[in-house]
Design a protein around this ligand. Structure first.
Ligand SMILES: Cc1cc2nc3c(=O)[nH]c(=O)nc-3n(C[C@H](O)[C@H](O)[C@H](O)COP(=O)(O)OP(=O)(O)OC[C@H]3O[C@@H](n4cnc5c(N)ncnc54)[C@H](O)[C@@H]3O)c2cc1C
Length: 412
């Protein structure tokens, strides 16, 4: 097998990998290699032809491909080497990567690695969807790929299960392409997607959203003929509420799973709440010199935050090559408490300011996120509206951390 050495290797050429590569080069790393399994850069953004990307980062509403192109141009201007059509098959704790392309296998020893592999969608099997398995059932992202990139219409009469952002965006896309979207059904008592997408993708097109409702049976032999839905109480169907909805297409928007097979293969310490790596405030994982960012670290709602986070990971990966950025002997651990689903990073050195990212467990209004060191207030952020779909970010100053050993984050 061909063997090479590289200083900094980034796995994944989506918005996270692109931003990490550009930042690493700008921080002074001359030897950056970006590896992408697809034949083009840009990741999931290539199929997101709707606008709404880049409002924070560029102050403009861009389409996904337009947003990606800004970074692709930067990568080209910075003369960063990219390997397209190349998949990283494995990684070990010494940062040896096995890579496959049409040219064959290559072993790359990397001085530092940035993991930016994004995430994939939950499928019918993953949620044990009850009933038959006829054609006409797609994940929302797969349908988006067929319609937006391959010009293939997936159906004429659709039902959408799950109110995640991709499902909402696809409800609008299917309608614009001439299909009838019967309804979106959501098992939870609140929508999982961003409020702006509920308005712009459902309400503006008179597509009904039924909360606390789910599919209890799929019907059809060759092609889908319909679904039986029922109201749900504590995830159990309420007897007597069942009804049949005729449709030829079912789109699933029931969650994303970070693609962490490479991380798991190298025994990177994982965090069950995010399904991503356990990281510190430099985005370094439990393996020295291996960093993680973007959707493979935790599922983001805004690509602008992906780019910001990944740029930091790229910069720290570059610094790792020349200086000791490892954590203090006794790092400060950060734990989610009442009303908080997860926090990130999970530990910090206390030597620098950092931004805490978190998601709440349920929607609420007029509450505050508290960050405490025992009884001492470290930070507090008041919010009018809190929603699990919207990531909350809180800036923490290092001078508040001098004596801290453990930070607890809660909603009160
Ligand atoms: C359908 C959809 C709609 C969205 N709409 C919006 C929106 O309106 N506004 C907004 O701000 N955000 C939106 N987002 C969110 C945003 O697009 C994502 O947060 C962002 O794309 C995540 O970037 P990423 O680089 O982490 O992952 P990805 O974009 O998924 O990129 C990961 C890349 O890694 C590559 N890869 C994976 N494994 C390997 C491997 N082993 N070897 C080589 N390459 C590998 C993949 O091929 C892929 O190109 C949307 C997301 C989706 C899915």
């Amino acid at each position: 097998m061909h063997e090479i050495k590289r200083d900094l290797v980034i796995i994944g050429g989506g918005p996270a990998g692109l931003a990490a590569a550009a930042a690493a080069r700008q921080a002074g790393c001359e030897d950056v290699l970006l590896i992408e399994r697809d034949r083009i850069l840009g990741g999931i953004l290539n199929q997101c032809i709707h606008d709404g990307f880049g409002l924070h980062r560029f102050g403009e509403a861009l389409t996904g491909p337009e947003y990606a192109q800004r970074y692709i141009d930067e990568i080209r201007d910075l003369h960063i080497e990219t390997l397209l059509g190349t998949i990283v098959l494995s990684m070990d704790r010494e940062r040896n990567l096995t890579v496959s392309s049409r040219k064959g296998y290559t072993r790359i020893n990397a001085g530092t690695v940035v993991l930016a592999m994004g995430c994939r969608e939950r499928t019918a099997g993953a949620i044990s969807l009850p009933g038959t398995r006829p054609s006409g059932i797609y994940t929302a992202g797969a349908a988006q790929n067929f319609i937006n990139l391959q010009n293939i219409m997936v159906g004429r009469r659709a039902v959408i299960l799950g109110s995640g952002d991709i499902g909402l965006i696809m409800a609008r896309r299917m309608t614009l392409e001439g299909a009838k979207v019967e309804a979106v059904f959501e098992i939870l008592p609140y929508a999982s997607g961003l409020p702006r997408n509920i308005q712009q993708c459902l309400n503006d097109y008179d597509i009904p959203l039924h909360l606390s409702t789910s599919i209890i049976e799929v019907h059809g032999k060759d092609r889908l003929t319909g679904v039986t839905v029922a109201e749900m109480d504590h995830f159990q169907p309420v007897p007597g509420t069942e009804r049949f909805v005729s449709c030829d297409t079912l789109l699933l928007s029931v969650g994303l799973i970070p693609e962490n097979e490479l991380s798991a293969g190298a025994s990177v310490k994982m965090e069950s709440r995010t399904s991503g790596a356990f990281v510190d405030d430099t985005f370094m994982t439990s393996i020295p010199g291996v960093f993680s960012c973007g959707n493979v670290l935790h599922v983001h709602d805004l690509v602008d935050h992906v780019s910001e986070e990944a740029a930091l990971a790229g910069e720290f990966a570059c610094r790792y090559l020349g200086e000791d950025i490892s954590q203090a002997d006794t790092p400060i651990v950060i734990e989610p408490k009442s009303g908080v689903r997860y926090v990130l990073p999970q530990q910090v050195s206390g030597k620098s300011d950092f931004t805490l990212s978190l998601r709440v467990t349920e929607p609420s209004r007029d509450r505050a996120v508290w960050v405490r060191d025992g009884d001492r207030k470290v930070a507090r952020k008041k919010l009018v509206r809190l929603h699990p779909a919207e990531m909350i970010r809180v800036k923490i100053k290092k001078d508040k951390l001098e004596t801290a050993r453990k930070l607890e984050v809660s909603v009160e």
